[in-house]
Design a protein around this ligand. Structure first.
Ligand code: NAD
Ligand code: MG
Length: 394
């Protein structure tokens, strides 16, 4: 068994912490080469003390000074860097072969692309990076020659249910007819629609089944998360959009399914615990202990499935619209959503205005190509500015 050298982008977040939890249980299999965070300096210092990476990155100079001091006190000789460019250095200079891409949002795009180009095994949690850059990212993976393993639980489930050769060559003879992405429906699946106007950030972040970062928790409540996941599945698995379906499944036990031509439907089931897909990605094609409780089907009363209600979840329709429009529309969708969700979390935008801001921004930017990183970042910036303007005017 060879040792994997792992860099974690976003190590202090929900996915980052779960990744280190799996790594901690397998010191013979995994070594940590780099850890990065935004501003959570104390948590990062503790992680450095435990895992002793060569490089640690934070987002700004002030955080870097604080981290260096904490590491000096702990007598840890990790090199401390800061800023967006240092995230790329953490990938290219830390001797890693595996990168967990777990920064939230567009901030993860450039370092995740760098990992793709450098031929690393990319464990993709940061779906926004792929949604923003679709074709460019998939091409970078191809050119780099590394392995792309989805960590998002639905895509990880689908990956597990597809024939091994499918992702590299989605050949019709393999008989894959449809991908069914499951969605819990979030905390407001059954709430009377008239009550949604007064939703607070705390209510939106209280997901019934999963414990996650605040941004993805709001995305789960609006179902923008599932919309982003449809686009993610489109790029990862190379099937036409019409073959990607969303099913509400409140129990979050069936993580997604693949329907085949011969009538078979393959599903992956498990506890709603991200350590399962994380362990799968880290050890693939082997399977390792993930610290997850075994699933007991007899303890589950029912598994139910239904169609999503698009009136309740307009963000899902907006994502399908952007996916069909193609080009830079998914980049616009993602940027406007990031701005709207941040404003909502900051008590600066009512919950029901999130889709309004996204729709206005989508309508304001005409669809164009998104073939280069410059075009993508330019679209991202313009969409953010417009979304902020719309929020100010509301
Ligand atoms: P989180 O908010 O808990 O963690 C985000 C991490 O990114 C933190 O380490 C933070 O410090 C870092 N970060 C944030 N902004 C940054 C910036 N500007 N520069 C550098 N670092 C920055 O988020 P999370 O829930 O762990 O989600 C991470 C990603 O994984 C998201 O893209 C999310 O959609 C995806 N994902 C998460 C889950 C989950 O269960 N949490 C499941 C599937 C997919
Ligand atoms: Mg998911």
């Amino acid at each position: 068994m060879s040792v994997r050298h792992v860099a974690i982008l976003g190590s202090t977040g929900s996915i980052g912490v779960n990744t280190l939890d799996v790594i901690r249980a397998h010191p013979d299999r995994f070594k940590v080469t780099a850890l990065t965070a935004g501003k959570q300096v104390e948590r990062l210092a503790e992680q450095c003390a435990e895992f002793n990476p060569a490089i640690a990155v934070v987002s700004d100079a002030d955080s870097a000074t604080r981290l260096s001091k904490l590491l000096l006190d702990k007598k840890i000789n990790t090199q401390v860097l800061h800023g967006p460019d240092a995230l790329v250095v953490a990938i290219t200079e830390s001797n890693c072969d595996t990168v967990m891409a777990a920064i939230v949002g567009a901030a993860g795009l450039v370092p995740t692309l760098a990992a793709a180009k450098a031929g690393k095994r990319v464990l993709l949690a940061n779906k926004e990076a792929l949604v923003m850059s679709g074709n460019l990212f998939m091409q970078a993976m191809k050119d780099g020659g590394g392995e792309l393993l989805p960590i998002d639980s639905e895509h990880n489930a689908i990956f597990q249910c597809l024939p091994g050769q499918f992702s590299k060559n989605p050949n019709p003879s393999l008989g894959v007819e449809e991908l069914w992405l499951t969605a819990s429906g979030g905390p407001f699946r059954n709430k009377p629609i008239e009550e949604l106007a007064a939703i607070t950030p705390e209510q939106a972040c209280a997901h019934p089944n999963w414990v996650m970062g605040r941004k993805i928790s709001v995305d789960s409540a609006t179902m923008m998360n599932k919309g982003l996941e449809v686009i993610e599945a489109f790029w990862l698995f190379g099937l036409p959009l019409e073959k990607i379906k969303v099913l509400i499944h409140p129990q979050s036990v069936v993580h997604s399914m693949v329907r085949y031509r011969d009538g078979s439907v393959l599903a992956q089931l498990g506890q709603p615990d991200m350590r399962t897909p994380i362990a799968y990605g880290l050890a693939w094609p082997e399977r390792i202990e993930a610290g997850v409780d075994p699933l007991s089907l007899t303890q589950l009363a029912t598994l139910s499935f239904s169609e999503p209600d698009l009136l309740r979840f307009p963000c899902l329709s907006l994502a399908f619209y952007a996916a069909r429009a193609g080009g830079n529309a998914p980049t616009v969708l993602n940027a406007a959503n990031e701005i709207a969700v941040a404003a909502f979390l900051d008590h600066g935008l009512p919950y029901l205005q999130i889709p309004v801001v996204v729709e206005k921004t989508l309508n304001a930017i005409s669809v164009a190509g998104a073939d280069s990183i410059e075009l993508i970042l330019d679209t991202d910036m313009r969409a953010r500015l417009l979304a902020k303007e719309f929020i100010c005017k509301l």
